[in-house]
Write a protein that binds this ligand. Structure first.
Ligand code: SF4
Length: 210
């Protein structure tokens, strides 16, 4: 598993309600809650930060595309808000994003840019499968169990395994959760095992030549 950010976003809070210092790679800023929630509104609240992420990603992605195709669009604005509704007993959240171009665009350009905005990285993240894992006092990387083959080792990190079933449904003679040990590196060629390890969606499996 490789984290996509070189450095995690770090944040701290003291006893003052609810000023929170957020550190990013080139500085820091304050987040807070509005007075109705007991804070002092000295910085954006968490929901504002979440919507800001989508707003800024939308604009940056649009600007990158416009630069690439060489269109004349001096300024773009976006407004993002959200609402929730109950559906089949579950809370469903909808984010609405309204984009405004300050110069006239053709209908084709509008369609293209709408598509570009809809596929900005934060849109894809929010609309994909997201899991939040919570650790307390985590130290270092998750511990790996090792399974030695002929000239290679398969590593498995139980903490990262989401039991997606992919490995054992696609290469059951090597990955068999009903047996102990559950990984049999001798049961298939190294190349086939390496290929299967590469399919692990969480990075729980790793392949290492020795
Ligand atoms: S493919 Fe990866 S995440 Fe899925 S069960 Fe196997 S080890 Fe776990």
């Amino acid at each position: 598993m490789h984290y996509r950010m070189n450095e995690p976003v770090r944040a701290e809070i003291g006893e003052a309600a609810y000023s929170t210092t957020v550190h990013w790679r080139n500085g820091e800023f304050i987040a807070d809650e509005p007075p109705k929630n007991g804070g002092h509104d000295v910085g954006p609240d968490p929901f504002t930060l979440l919507l800001s992420s989508l707003a800024t990603c939308t604009l940056i992605t649009l600007r990158m595309h416009i630069e690439k195709v060489g269109w004349d669009v001096p300024s773009i604005g976006v407004a993002v808000n959200y609402f929730t509704a109950l559906k089949d007993g579950e809370t469903v959240t909808t984010l609405d994003r309204d984009i405004v171009f300050t110069s006239p665009l053709t209908a084709d350009q509008q369609v293209t840019l709408r598509e570009v905005a809809a596929n900005c990285p934060i849109s894809r993240l929010l609309e994909g499968q997201v899991t939040v894992r919570t650790f307390v006092e985590r130290t270092g990387e998750a511990e790996a169990k090792e399974y030695a083959g002929d000239g290679f080792v398969v590593e498995w990190r139980p903490d990262f395994c989401q039991h997606s079933t992919r490995c054992w449904t696609q290469l059951n003679k090597v990955f068999n959760p009903t047996e102990r040990p559950w990984i049999h590196p001798e049961a298939a060629p190294a190349e086939r095992i390496e290929e299967q390890v590469g399919q692990c969606p969480t990075g729980a499996l790793k392949f290492r030549r020795v």
